[in-house]
Write a protein that binds this ligand. Sequence first.
Ligand code: NDP
Length: 328
Amino acid sequence: MATFKAIRIDKADKGTTAALTQFDEAELMDGDVTVAVEWSTVNYKDGLAIAGKAPVVRRFPMIAGIDFAGTVTQSSHPDWKAGDKVVANGWGMGETHLGAYAEKARVPGDWLVRLPANMSARDAMAIGTAGYTAMLSVLALERHGLTPDDGPVVVTGAAGGVGSVAIALLAKLGYQVIASTGRAAEADYLRGLGATEIIDRNELSGPAKPLAKERWAGGIDSVGSTTLANLLSMTKYRGAIAACGLAGGMDLPSSVAPFILRGVCLLGIDSVMCPIALRRTAWERLASDLDRGKLAEITREISLDEVLAKAPEILSGKVRGRIVVKIA
Ligand code: NDP
């Protein structure tokens, strides 16, 4: 029996269990491409899946992990051959399809994006789904027509994974970036990424007025709830906020005032089922627009064996920047 190392999630009497174990290759799910996974990462959703805190996993047994970078070993898909370097995010991996915390993955070839020529598999996963989501948010703001001349942009959950990459991207693109964080001690870290102003997240966490003083032309929000409501109420006339996260809650206690009185737009960002063409654009833009030196500064490396202990930490907001996981 051929096996490979993986983090397996099983259903238990109460909730779920997660363990590093040998997984039977015969249990791999359908797919026309097999990949030797080299790197993965720890995202907020991975923390939820491993801690069993939210119904992320919907098929058992499951291999956790929502994204990977690696090398194709076998393919019957016309676009891929053995030796190709690929990256995959979402599509239900780690939720309904066996995921990334494993030495081997089998997936439909249509899910894969070619690793940009000047990007290593490790860098791709240092970026990970968090960074790719930050890029999708930047692309949405650009589609809206936002430019650095329109005024400052705000990033919430600033010291987290999405927030850190969003700040680095926006600063490199010439935006004046206001970073909202609950961790005052990370002010130097956020300035190092390119933030020009740091605000305490408590300023944005109380109940939102329908409209408040206009402070920013755009923003990227990974927090949700009252924070997103405050962002909207403080957005300048015809500005836009890209909403991608719920670290502070899933609700949105807002009003229509920002939309109908200031023409503000709320741009929804989903990375999981994002169309393949937009994924390719996002990865190409990450390759050209993200400062790799800054990426290295925000990234820590752990082994697959360390994921079980590290993943739940992300749920308590203790993780700064990005964690990359060495699989092979
Ligand atoms: P992280 O945990 O790395 O970052 C989240 C940050 O949010 C924290 O670092 C903290 O930043 C802030 N935060 C945490 N808890 C609270 C709270 N109760 N109130 C206010 N702020 C809080 O997670 P990620 O960056 O990986 O993900 C961020 C969010 O984006 C998650 O909700 C995740 O599910 C979502 N996401 C969505 C995707 C999509 O497809 N739409 C894809 C990827 C992620 P600080 O300490 O600076 O205040």
